[in-house]
Design a protein around this ligand. Structure first.
Ligand SMILES: [Zn+2]
Length: 292
């Protein structure tokens, strides 16, 4: 099903998992339960699980068909990945490729895979397991990554500490480098007319957001600058997973202010269904207005 249209660009969303993830006090180190209480009517069961109190997250890929290219933004979790410290996703298997086919995309029809950053939940389907080896899932695709982001994780990889991000670099990033399919680019890279990167550092050092513009319409693929609609009430809340919480806070507050002003259509990487929406001003801060 088509999620959105940006001018002549078609946008689809392929969801691998949607459901409870972290409790808010673990995910946001500055969490204040009063913010949830005060905004109960705007949060509700589809954003915070009533049974567990955990934040509802979606893990999805966006597919953009521009008329020139078929592009994936963030390749999600992946099948068969060893993620022992994330038991919920360890050696997971989903129908991702069938869901992608239902959106009219076969693996060899993907021209580009663009990653907002190289965390484990954004690169998983870069590769798949074939006869015990990780091979590119999309045989004809170029995998576009910000050079600054790649260099950071290359350094982490050399240090050898066992984290899901290091494992993901090993099983989902390095294999596409070895086949010559990676394309390392600057933070302001433009793929084609109407599709370009903007540096948005803090969550990770080389994190980017991706702008789309077609026939006078615009949208912003937000990646993990925002993780959950709860952050619109408190844009200063960074997450435990941000590599530089202060810089992440600066980037987030800047982009939230700017796109509240412009009324930009947003497509964040983890917001639950229906995902797309816009930022509205609300009680001296903001709220997220979903677009069905
Ligand atoms: Zn993420």
């Amino acid at each position: 099903m088509q999620l959105a249209r940006i001018g002549s660009f078609e946008v689809h969303r392929i969801t691998e998992y949607e459901g409870p993830f972290f409790p808010p006090h673990e995910f946001f180190p500055d969490f204040d339960p009063e913010v949830v209480r005060a905004n109960q009517d705007l949060l509700g069961p589809r954003l915070i699980d009533p049974a567990s109190g955990r934040l509802i997250f979606s893990f999805h890929t966006f597919v953009i068909k521009t008329g020139h290219h078929t592009i994936l933004i963030d390749s999600c979790l992946g099948n068969d990945k060893e993620r022992p410290t994330r038991p919920q996703f360890h050696r997971m298997r989903t129908n991702y490729l069938a869901d992608l086919a239902a959106a009219g995309v076969k693996p060899d029809e993907v021209d580009y895979v663009m990653c907002t950053h190289l965390h484990w939940d954004h690169v998983g389907w870069n590769t798949r397991l074939e006869n015990g080896r990780w091979v590119p899932t999309f045989p004809k695709a170029r995998y576009v990554m910000a050079r600054r982001e790649f260099s950071h994780w290359e350094g982490v990889h050399k240090q050898g500490e066992d984290t899901p991000h290091r494992r993901a670099f090993e099983d989902s990033v390095l294999p596409v480098v070895r086949t010559g399919q990676s394309q390392l680019v600057d933070d302001d890279f433009a793929l084609e007319d109407g599709l370009w990167f903007e540096a948005a550092p803090g969550h990770t050092p080389g994190n980017v957001v991706i702008h789309a513009r077609s026939a006078g319409e615009t949208a912003l693929f937000m990646g993990d600058v925002l993780h959950h609609p709860l952050q619109l009430f408190k844009p200063e809340w960074s997450t435990f997973a941000c590599s530089d919480r202060e810089l992440s806070r600066e980037t987030r507050t800047r982009l939230v202010e700017e796109h509240a002003e412009h009324g930009t259509k947003l497509l964040p990487a983890h917001f639950p269904t229906p995902t797309a929406g816009r930022i509205r001003r609300h009680n001296g801060a903001y709220r997220y207005a979903f677009e069905e």
